[in-house]
Design a protein around this ligand. Structure first.
Ligand code: ADP
Length: 477
């Protein structure tokens, strides 16, 4: 098999590769991808540094054209890239194609943002002086991404980084290098000058760590675990570097007595279990008031019975496999923990076999969980959710907010009063009313509070807060 190489200073580099394995069928090798070492990371950073002066002053039409061309190619190849994504990550083909379209939309959005760059001109408090406020690129941006959105997360970091005139060293998750390689290849062929985007596929502990240790990265944007996020933060402070973190979630979905039951069940099934529950915005705590509790549990269990867990590429599959053996172990360990903590297993809980060898797990629902159990406090990152029974809205809100995390929170209710109160008092970065906690737009801010996130929001025009630095110029008239 040909090796998909790393891109450093415009050259495709790498002699040895590692197989990218399909979690739906571990006999299926998606491709062979080069593994960068710490030296490669250093070369990539040097290349990005060398490319920065020219790219940061490049014409906006050049940047617009490259990003637009990239968006157009991703969209034109949505079926092929979607299939690659489903094969390497395990989400279903429709989910994977939708994510690919999302990546195209993000590149398209930032192609537009390049043409909308602006500043402010103000009078000084002193006579005959003008003040100009502009946003400038920061420098070399390090991008470190996780495996659960192999094309959308790289797109929502790479596109704004380039749009605002930065150069990039990009390390995707080693489990899913295929989509990131495709993005680098498309940008390279779209005319991105050498060194502006450098791709280094490799281990977090080696390549990622080499990036964190470098004094030449002006900023790092990271999505992944809380443990690695803390490492990014500590090293960034040491190097006086800007950083942005998107980490875990333990997202609540409140269901009140007056909720539309069908809608609540659909939202819980969607955000709890689709994409195999491997979304940082997944609803893993279903906080349900007494009056609707039993009906909700019965209807959700019925819904889960009808969900097909199978090969991500098979038509009719609702839930694909877990991403790999390690994640599957983490999920099943938490199922054991939930049982030993006294939660009741209402559905699922078992690994299952399919035609091909893969990491299949039943959607798993616990009931009678308390908010103090580990399964309610720690992120599982699998198709596992727990129902927590509460007395009324006030208790539901208090339980929803009683978590170290604060990414997304949802409420299902027909009460305007409670919906409005929840919107105001939820301690999450994103609040969903009568909608799943997962599923967001690309043109508005994405991010959380507490242990979920740190730094400026991602996506939409708010992305400029991270990818630019403000300059204030005083001019004597
Ligand atoms: P997950 O549990 O989602 O895999 P990680 O934080 O381990 O979360 O991984 C997210 C990204 O961070 C991946 O690209 C991974 O390779 C990278 N990473 C892991 N460890 C480090 C590290 N020590 N330094 C930098 N990046 C790392």
């Amino acid at each position: 098999m040909t090796i998909h190489k790393n891109l450093i200073a415009g050259e495709w580099i790498g002699t040895e590769g590692v197989e990218n394995i399909n979690p739906s069928n571990t006999n299926d090798v998606v491709g062979v991808y080069a593994r960068a070492c710490a030296e490669d990371a250093k070369s990539a950073i040097a290349a990005a540094k060398a490319a920065f002066p020219a790219w940061s002053h490049s014409g906006i039409l050049q940047r617009h054209a490259i990003l637009k061309k990239t968006a157009d190619e991703i969209l034109a190849r949505k079926d092929e890239l979607g299939k690659l994504l489903a094969r390497e990550e395990g989400k279903t083909l429709p989910e994977a194609i939708a994510e690919t379209i999302r990546a195209a939309q993000i590149f398209d959005f930032f192609a537009g943002e390049v043409l909308r760059l602006s500043g402010e001109v103000l009078p000084s408090v002193r006579p005959n002086i003008g003040v100009e406020i502009t946003r400038e690129p920061i420098g070399v941006v390090g991008i470190i991404t996780p495996w659960n959105f192999p094309i959308a997360i790289p797109a929502w970091k790479v596109a704004p980084a380039l749009a605002y005139g930065n150069t990039v060293v990009f390390k995707p998750a080693e489990l899913v290098p295929g989509c990131s390689w495709a993005i680098a290849d498309i940008l390279h062929r779209a005319g991105l000058p050498n060194g502006v985007l450098n791709l280094v596929i490799g281990k977090g502990s080696v390549v990622g760590q080499a990036m964190l240790n470098s004094p030449d990265l002006a900023a790092i944007t990271f999505t992944g675990s809380t443990t690695t996020g803390k490492r990014v933060a500590a090293t960034s402070i040491e190097h006086n570097r800007k950083f942005q973190l998107e980490m875990g979630g333990k997202n609540p979905m409140v269901v009140l007595d007056d909720a539309d039951l069908t809608l609540a069940v659909e939202a819980a099934a969607n955000s709890g279990f689709f994409s195999t529950g491997q979304r940082c915005t997944a609803s893993s705590r279903l906080i349900v008031t007494e009056g609707i509790h039993d009906k909700f549990v019965a209807a959700l269990t019925e819904k889960l019975k009808g969900l097909v867990v199978d090969d991500a590429l098979k038509a009719g599959t609702h839930i694909g496999p877990v991403v790999d053996a390690n994640q599957l172990k983490q999920d099943t360990d938490y199922i054991t923990i939930g049982r030993s903590e006294g939660a009741k297993l209402a559905f699922g809980g078992e690994t299952i076999s399919r035609d091909n060898p893969g990491f299949y797990l039943q959607p798993t629902l616990f009931t009678e969980a308390t908010n103090q159990m580990r399964i309610s406090r720690e992120e599982i990152f699998g198709p596992v959710a727990s129902v927590i029974r509460v007395k009324d809205y006030e208790e539901a809100l208090s339980v929803a907010n009683d978590t170290p995390f604060g990414l997304s929170a949802g409420i299902a209710t027909t009460s305007l009063k409670h919906a409005t109160h929840f919107k105001r008092h939820s301690e999450a970065g994103m609040v969903m009313v009568n909608l799943p906690t997962a599923g967001v737009d690309f043109h508005v801010p994405f991010g959380g509070r507490k242990a979920s996130s740190f730094g400026p929001r991602e996506q939409g025009k708010y992305a400029s807060e991270f990818y630019t630095v403000v300059k204030t110029a005083y001019v004597l008239a």
